[in-house]
Design a binder for this molecule. Structure first.
Ligand SMILES: CC(C)(COP(=O)(O)OP(=O)(O)OC[C@H]1O[C@@H](n2cnc3c(N)ncnc32)[C@H](O)[C@@H]1OP(=O)(O)O)[C@@H](O)C(=O)NCCC(=O)NCCS
Length: 179
């Protein structure tokens, strides 16, 4: 089979499109979940989030037809929470986690949130670096939060999403991404 050449297509081949997660995405999402976390959400948890949790909003990133990333937020009035974010291991280190995080932040702001928090394992330096880049700081620690190995969680938050300072920070990061 010949590789398809796309001389007139301006979009880069690795461009990820983000859309709402649907039940049909869950088998692939669950596969990425198992490759990404030591305590995994079973597929039922994702079905429940999509079908019954009115404050939950889940998204997948696709390259072509392939789901390569996912993420979710809960938004309750001005409070929002990133519940999960992961990139297929094969596609990590290419900026896709950052694109998904930016989408989650945009969605939280669009839905009226002023505050955005998350928990991250103390040892998960890669994710912490990503969150710090987007203005998250550690506000407290939950000792023994993770049931599989008793690891502690850092609770991080992004400050006031509606502040000019935060909006400017996001605008700069966004423009660097699209440059
Ligand atoms: C965390 C995760 C989503 C990042 O996705 P990714 O696509 O690999 O990350 P990106 O390529 O978009 O990198 C964005 C930023 O993350 C940080 N980062 C990414 N890879 C890193 C590495 N190997 N070491 C340190 N920081 C790293 C950097 O801050 C980077 O910004 P930079 O390129 O300006 O340095 C991904 O590693 C993942 O799915 N991990 C497993 C699941 C997980 O831990 N989720 C978070 C739960 S709280």
């Amino acid at each position: 089979m010949k590789m398809e050449l796309r001389p007139n297509d301006a979009s880069p081949p690795d461009r990820m499109e983000i859309g709402a997660m649907t039940p049909g995405d869950i088998p692939t999402v669950t596969r990425i979940e198992r490759a990404s976390f030591s305590t995994v959400w079973p597929s039922d948890a994702f079905y429940n989030e999509l079908n019954t949790n009115k404050v939950a909003h889940y998204f997948v990133g696709r390259i072509g037809d392939r789901v390569v990333a996912y993420g979710g937020i809960w938004v309750i009035l001005e409070d929002s929470h990133i519940t999960t974010i992961a990139v297929d291991p094969v596609y990590r280190g290419k900026g896709l986690g950052e694109v998904m995080l930016l989408h989650l932040i945009d969605q939280a702001i669009e839905r009226g949130a002023a505050w955005l928090t998350l928990e991250v394992r103390e040892s998960n330096v890669v994710a912490q670096q990503l969150y710090k880049k987007y203005g998250f700081t550690t506000v407290t620690m939950r000792r023994g939060y993770y049931s599989d190995d008793n690891e502690s969680a850092l609770v991080m938050w992004a400050g006031n999403l509606k502040s000019e300072l935060y909006r400017n920070r996001i605008a700069v990061l966004r423009s660097r991404r699209s440059a």
